[in-house]
Write a protein that binds this ligand. Sequence first.
Ligand code: GLC
Length: 550
Amino acid sequence: MGDRWYSEAVVYCLDIDTFADSDGDGVGDIRGLMSRLDYLARLGVTCLWLHPIHPSPNRDDGYDVTDFYNVDPRFGTLGDFAELLHQAQNRGIRVIIDLVVNHTSDEHPWFQSARSSPDSPYRDWYLWSDQEPADRHQGMVFPGEQNETWTYDRTAKAWFYHRFYKFQPDLNVSNPQVRAEIKKIMSFWLQLGVSGFRMDAVPFIIELTEPGNPKSPKDFEFITELRQHVQWRRGDAVLLAEANVEPDELPTFFGDGSGSGNRIHMLFDFMLNGRLVLALARHDPEPLIEALRDTPKLPVGGQWATFLRNHDEIDLSRLTTEQRNQVYAEFGPDENMRIYDRGIRRRLAPMLGNDRRRIELAYALQFSMRGTPVLRYGEEIGMGEDLSLPGREAIRTPMQWSYATNAGFSTADPEKLVRPVIDKGEFSYQQVNVTAQTSDTKSLFAWFERMIRTLREAPEIGSGSTTHIDVSMPAGVLAHRADGPTGTMVFVHNLGTDDVEVDLSSLEPEADMPMDVLSDRGYGELGKLGAVKLAGYGYRWIRLCRGSAW
Ligand code: GLC
């Protein structure tokens, strides 16, 4: 394993409230999650990313916090959380938590105090304007659900700023007290034993918002400060950030340009996400070839976090209108499957018509791309969505553990569940559940288990460098390679439906007994690299050679 744990991690994200309910109140909890750690260890994940765990009125699924120094009582106690960290650590699993400090809930005592009087010590912790700001109707993140970013507060007799919903007032990071408090929050959780943070909405955290200026300046130095602080408190802690910005802005989030990665360690690769989905929709590797070619050079220690699905919509806003329409036509044909004029609120299995070959292909592609893979709970068994639920809730249904009532998620009365389980159609828990799949060596779960194990023997993917193999390929086929001190892995993925033969003979001089380590079927001896067979939607991960580090 390389020097930095996060480079070769497999991250699994989940929301405690929909994972496993231990006390039968209908809401998942920490003890429930603890009882499923063995399952996660078996799957092979090495790091959990927990969605917000703090007390919250839950109007944005926990992304509206009322107390940064506690866990939501629905989930258990701080004691339970410390126990979870211990139990996870015993299994070699690290835990990172969502850090949502761009804003608080409007019910947070800081905001309650701030709005109550101009003399409140917390008044300047938020952003106010006495006049109606000219850009009041600009910069909304949730079009259709939000129509302004400045809202008049009658108690405060002033306008306050909120990049997201109006119940999420933005904190004022130009206030040194706010900065100090954010550092204190991070220290608290590091001290308790988390391995880092998934930092929510980073481009907005560093915005020095000025009323009337929709292009307010950003203070990148604040990220440098946070990084220094975190690294001093815990040397191996990691920052994984959400920064869905233009590609040319990305490097600034990793470092200050001096060549050292002195800001965020890992950024979600939103660019790759959109292109992966486009490539799948078109049966064409071109968008991925572009992604590999256009990847900005990262400073030492900088790393991408790859994903296919997360807890939000698939954001297609960085595709052209034509590309977006193509993806919609393939994967979100009904208006009800789309959201915010830019995305799709579906899980991957239903998007791919529950076609096992395509699901494997898609995840084999993601996990072979440069970076650290992030997997969302339930994807490993091919869960579906519930489009009758509002907005992003469609993809936030309870984990499907078994054939038992409520999918084995909870023993509560079904009406009391935090969200209904999927109990109809081909994605119902009677068809898709952990119990069935963990006892079936041919299940999607078993495939994920094998694929993740294979990754353990291919550290080049996480720690090495990945490039497109630019030789002539049959239509639909992507060939890429990952090189590192441990050797070279070569990957061929067929996004098309036709069986093909791939010519990789240009790699012969480097090959040292090449062999398949993962493939969609038994292809027999690999033999000559000049005629590598590949079925429609097939893939082969080939170890080309081992390096001196073995
Ligand atoms: C991030 C989260 C999203 C949340 C928003 C506001 O984008 O991923 O789920 O609604 O921040 O905190």
